[in-house]
Structures are given as structure tokens and as C-alpha cells.
Design a protein around this ligand. Structure first.
Ligand SMILES: C[S@@+](CC[C@H](N)C(=O)[O-])C[C@H]1O[C@@H](n2cnc3c(N)ncnc32)[C@H](O)[C@@H]1O
Length: 295
């Protein structure tokens, strides 16, 4: 813990923002929060409507109301509520997405999935995002592919509401159809997409309690639980996607780092794909699979 912060009796005299950052950092550090300095800065910056650098330039002491708001946010973070839920948004692919406890917080690995999808499928016109959550994939692809029409599917109506708000925020909701359904069951027979992309839950049920508290206590269980081996939803999707993919179309799926071999097997069993490519994330772990529908 920062020694200076433990000595300072917060509130004993008016203190500028930089001193409150030190106080917040000490509280978070004592609660075992990773990256306590950055989190304290982000929380205070949100209270004062400044950027993080601005905190160090501001000399005025914090008013009573701002002090109370900051203390309340620090208390939430001490209870390990994710920073993004407290702030109400998370960055993804250069944009900010509204998030709340109904949706998974978008992850950097999924930004990579979007990047790799765009490299392989340059001008898809019909795109399906299965398990859309915050809508980060669907909305990003709609923004990046201005002629595309997107179908965003989630089994959670609450998640779809958050996703739709994100679509509206970036002016693309007119080109996205929001469907509350299981995997691809909500699509009409005969529908054909050039691209189906999915970041479905892939954590094995037994591993859920061991996740860090921010995830296990706050993120929606239905966004994490992939069944007994983590693969039940991915297996369903691999089997159902060929009926909805145009010949040569792409199925892009985010996976757990130990799941590539099993997904290859699942794909082979369908006999419907003629290309299987596994791509690693920046940590060198298997993270996504690209399956090409046979023509
Ligand atoms: C891992 S989260 C991913 C959210 C978002 N796509 C992202 O990458 O941040 C998985 C999402 O799939 C949804 N989901 C779970 N089971 C589903 C199913 N059987 N059919 C459709 N969506 C499902 C969950 O509600 C959750 O929003």
C-alpha cells in the first residue's frame, strides 16, 4: 500500500484531485484490486468529467458532492464490481459500448476476432452475429461494412436491449435485425449469410467458480457457461451453420485455448466445411477458428 496514502487522513483538509487519486489507489490496493492506480484515476476522472491527465492539472480541492461520489465508486470497485460496469461503458475496436450486468464486457481477444474476420471476408453483405451480448461484434461489423445487413441473435432479451442501444449510438440499428432466439433457430429457412460470427459462452461449467471475482460474481452466467466441456453451444452452432451459410461462406468462432482440436473434429463430423483454420491470440494461444462452407 502507498505509505503516503495511509498517513493522509482523507477529508481532514481540502485536497486536490491528485491527492484523492492516491487515496483511492490505497483503498483499492488494500482490497486486492488489480491495477489500483489506473482504476482510481478512471473513477475520479468520470466523477469530475476530466481525462486522466486532467486530474493532475486540476488544483482546486474536491467539493463535498464529488468526494461523496468518488467514495461511492471506490466502494463498488472494492467489492470487485468491474470497472466497465461502474463506468457504464467499455472500449471495443475504437468505439465505446454501453455495458451493464446483462452483458459480457467486450474483450480484446474479440477485437482480434473482428480484425481477422475483416481480413478474410472483405465485403460481406449478409452477416449473422450469434450471442451478440453488448452487440460489440454486430455493431462494429455494421460500422465497418456500410453495405452489410446484420442479424444479431441472443437468447437474452436484456442483452439485446443493450445491444440495440449500442446500435442506435452508432447509427447502424436500421441495418441490424435483433432476434431473441437460440443459436440460429430464429432465422427463416432459406436465409443464407456470407458470414456467421460468434463469441458464444465457452467456459466449462466446472471452471466458472475459479474465475476472477469480477467475472464470476458480476458477469452474466449465461454469457460464460459453455456446458460440461465448454463446447456445447459451439458444437450446436457448427452443426447448424451450414444450413444458413452460402457456399464459400465463413463461420468464425471464438474458442477457449484448449478447444481447437475438438472444434476441428466437430467441423469434420459435419462434412460441410472444406477449410478449417485456427488462429492464435496475441498471447500465442489458440483463440479462434475459421470454417469455410463447402461450395
Ligand atoms: C460470451 S458472451 C459474448 C457477447 C459478445 N458477443 C461479445 O463478444 O462480447 C455470449 C452471449 O451469448 C448469449 N447466448 C448464450 N447462449 C445462447 C444461445 N443458446 N443462443 C443465443 N445466444 C446465446 C449470451 O446471452 C451472451 O450474451
Amino acid at each position: 500500500m502507498n505509505k503516503d496514502a495511509t498517513l493522509w487522513k482523507c477529508g481532514a483538509r481540502p485536497e486536490p484531485a491528485a491527492r484523492w487519486v492516491v487515496w483511492g489507489e490505497a483503498q483499492l490496493s488494500a482490497a486486492g484490486v488489480p491495477h489500483p492506480r489506473v482504476d482510481a484515476e478512471m473513477l475520479l476522472a468520470s466523477v469530475l468529467d476530466l481525462d486522466r491527465t486532467g486530474l493532475y492539472l486540476r488544483q482546486d480541492p474536491l467539493g463535498r458532492e464529488d468526494q461523496a461520489s468518488f467514495r461511492a465508486l471506490i466502494a463498488r470497485r472494492q467489492r470487485r464490481e468491474p470497472l466497465q460496469y461502474i463506468l457504464g461503458e467499455a472500449p471495443f475496436y475504437g468505439r465505446f459500448f454501453g455495458v451493464n450486468g446483462d452483458v459480457l464486457i467486450p474483450r480484446p481477444e474479440t477485437e482480434l476476432l473482428v480484425d481477422e474476420v475483416l481480413k478474410r471476408s472483405q465485403r460481406p453483405l449478409r452477416i449473422v452475429d450469434v450471442g451478440t451480448g453488448s452487440g460489440c461484434i454486430a455493431v462494429t461489423l455494421a460500422c465497418e461494412c456500410p453495405r452489410a445487413r446484420v442479424v444479431a441473435v441472443d437468447r437474452s432479451l436484456r442483452a439485446l436491449r443493450a445491444a440495440q442501444a449500442n446500435g442506435a449510438r452508432y447509427g447502424v440499428d436500421e441495418r441490424i435485425r435483433w432476434i431473441c432466439a437460440d443459436i440460429l433457430a430464429g432465422l427463416r429457412p432459406g436465409y443464407r449469410a456470407e458470414l456467421i460470427v460468434a463469441n458464444l459462452p465457452y467456459v466449462a461449467r466446472g471452471e466458472l467458480p475459479a474465475l476472477q471475482p469480477e467475472v464470476s460474481a458480476y458477469e452474466p452466467r449465461e454469457a460464460l457457461n459453455g456446458g460440461s466441456d465448454g463446447l456445447s453451444l459451439i458444437a450446436e452452432l457448427c452443426a447448424a451453420a451450414p444450413r444458413m451459410l452460402a457456399g464459400g461462406g465463413l463461420l468464425a468462432v471464438e474458442i477457449g485455448d484448449q478447444q481447437a482440436a475438438a472444434v476441428r473434429r466437430l467441423a469434420r463430423q459435419t462434412g460441410a466445411y472444406d477449410g478449417v483454420e485456427v488462429v492464435r491470440d496475441l498471447a500465442g494461444k489458440d483463440r479462434m477458428v475459421f470454417l469455410t462452407r463447402a461450395r
